[in-house]
Design a protein around this ligand. Structure first.
Ligand code: 5GP
Length: 194
């Protein structure tokens, strides 16, 4: 997605050879117009899939997932990283190791919102080693829902998340695919011809 690549080039900051900071438009400050286009693109790629729910993880997955839900006309569920007073019982849970924080969190989704009748699109902001997405897939499986695929805003293709998912025959649609972050520079994989 050219618009997203341009935004990454202009406003992304390469923190190291494997971490990209995009606080300017996705992880802290949010660009609603860009999120709208991202939502539209996910909806286009997953149209006619019979999606009934979008599942993401708080907090940075919420804005792209919400916009995709707007265009696909489905509810959006975000897995919580902490249980709250109102989210205690009837939970699907999974363990997720965080790439950026280097800690393991339990994520939770209420059993009320995900059932065996649902067909789910999982969306997240980044795909690195795939742990966040694997945790969400685990919850989809526990709920007995069917998985349509994974929508990722920024994939770091030099890490092994995509490979793990492809080995499981899971469809992955990433809107920007970063080939390398070496020498402080973002290099993208060629966009596949449409
Ligand atoms: P994974 O679970 O695929 O290893 O890592 C994905 C999660 O870690 C995402 O939900 C995202 O929040 C975070 N993450 C991984 N790599 C990066 C990165 O380079 N930049 C930012 N901003 N977040 C990342």
């Amino acid at each position: 997605m050219k618009l997203l690549q341009k935004k990454i080039e202009e406003e992304g900051i390469v923190l190291s050879s494997n971490v990209l900071k995009v606080d300017a438009f996705l992880n802290h400050q949010i660009d609603p117009q860009l999120m709208k286009e991202i939502g539209k693109e996910f909806a286009y790629r997953f149209a006619n899939e019979g999606i009934t729910k979008i599942l993401t993880i708080e907090s940075s997955g919420i804005s792209p997932a919400l916009m995709a839900g707007l265009y696909l006309e489905t509810p959006v569920i975000f897995a919580r990283k902490k249980t709250s007073l109102t989210l205690i019982n009837d939970l699907w849970t999974a363990e997720v190791h965080s790439f950026t924080k280097n800690e393991t969190n339990k994520i939770a989704v209420s059993k009320h919102y995900l059932t065996e009748r649902d067909r789910v699109l999982v969306i997240d902001d980044f795909l690195a080693n795939g742990q966040a997405v694997l945790g969400l897939i685990n919850i989809v499986q526990q709920a007995g829902s069917s998985l349509s695929g994974i929508g990722i805003v920024i994939e770091k293709s030099f890490q092994n998340g995509r490979m793990l998912l492809e080995e499981m025959n899971i469809r992955v649609e990433s809107l920007a695919r970063v080939k390398s972050l070496e020498n402080g520079k973002v290099v993208f994989l060629e966009e596949e011809a449409v």
